[in-house]
Design a protein around this ligand. Sequence first.
Ligand SMILES: Nc1ncnc2c1ncn2[C@@H]1O[C@H](COP(=O)(O)OP(=O)(O)OP(=O)(O)O)[C@@H](O)[C@H]1O
Length: 260
Amino acid sequence: MARVLDFDDVSLVRGDTRILDGVHWQVEDDQRWVVLGPNGAGKTTLLQLAASHLHPSSGVVRVLDEELGHSDVRELRPRIGFASTALARQIPGDERVLDAVMTAAHSVTGRWNEEYEEVDERRAHRVLREWKLDQFAERTFGTLSDGEQKRVQIARSIMTDPEMLLLDEPAASLDLGAREELVQLLGAYASEPSSPAMVMVTHHVEEIPAGFTHALLLSAGHVVSAGTLDEVLTSERLSEAFGLALNVWREGDRFVARAA
Ligand SMILES: Nc1ncnc2c1ncn2[C@@H]1O[C@H](COP(=O)(O)OP(=O)(O)OP(=O)(O)O)[C@@H](O)[C@H]1O
């Protein structure tokens, strides 16, 4: 077991706002975490630090054993898979789906004149197959549905065989069918012992896939609770984080929450 993330007393300040305040958090390589909390809690900021896209204002962030601020992020970033809507916006609408995935090998969006090897193309086809996208390989990215585009983002983020996978609200804006399909695929992927450590930001406990093991509850930049799903996803703790009386319960390997 190896530690992929280590946040030690991490704060991030912008102007007068303490976006994150004294965060302690550790993620091991066999864990799959969900990060939950109300709007503005700091979830995306936390993920940006884990992705080495931001540096802390104080405290220490170690990502895959590299301390941010003391290592070369150009070497670190290819080891991290990151899927977010902001990144997806950089994929040109007229890009072939195969290229939208394969260009991750060169950390670019929009195929230009980079050289790709046969092994890159084979791997891109394989991840497309794994995320049930093989029939779209020759289509353009812009012609796919929201749900299909989300799966392309994830396929792209695992193209480089990352040591850690970060997902920012992968199920946001999906209809019920597309959400359930994605949650099932993510659940199968999370349950594979060979898959990398995962951290997924979400707004809804219903979107936590099977195979996820841990949860971090954030509120106003503070960690309300962090630990195994069963320790953290209690009515009491969720109510505290969201400032509203909530009941949460398990149904099989999924969670449900309602106002109390
Ligand atoms: N550059 C910045 N300057 C000032 N405030 C910022 C900056 N970036 C983010 N914030 C603020 O920090 C807070 C946390 O933002 P963040 O996007 O991390 O929250 P979040 O939990 O992901 O929110 P949401 O659930 O709405 O996506 C928000 O109040 C946001 O307005």
